[in-house]
Design a protein around this ligand. Sequence first.
Ligand SMILES: [Zn+2]
Length: 177
Amino acid sequence: MSAVLPSSIDPRRALREGGRLDGRWPAAQCGRLAAAVERVLDDIGLSLTLNARGRAIALGGRITARVELICQRCLARFEWRIDDELDLIVYPDGAPAREEEGDVLELDDEGRIATGAWLEDEVLLRLPLIARHAEAAACDPGMIGLADRLRAEAEAARAAANPFAVLARGGGRNDDV
Ligand SMILES: [Zn+2]
């Protein structure tokens, strides 16, 4: 098992010390991620190479994670795996006059990366907008549409309780989009 990453990373030092950073960030310290998913199933894995690029340091590598989500089509739990490329740059000496190509990762006042906040952000960015099984065939056939039916029933109940609410929303205009 790989080593636990330090809670903050100094990119200049990491570059001096060989330009490689491999490790994991404990699932137990992913509170923000845990609040966004059903369960965090594994530590976040990071494999990073650092390269000097002008005044910037380029961070390239991979991030891995496993979380459990609830399928919005059949309401069953399913595993969502992330194994994706990272490609970012940082400016340890502050904002440059001319920016290099790439997504800039902000550093703290001491020029360091806050490991946990950064890695949780990267995983949150890679969650699906709507969680559901990739293949409809993987959904529980008896449960498909249940989430939609429950929403429709709740909508109908609201409309029955207040028949003017639907009219008040304005004939046919869809404000939800
Ligand atoms: Zn499903």
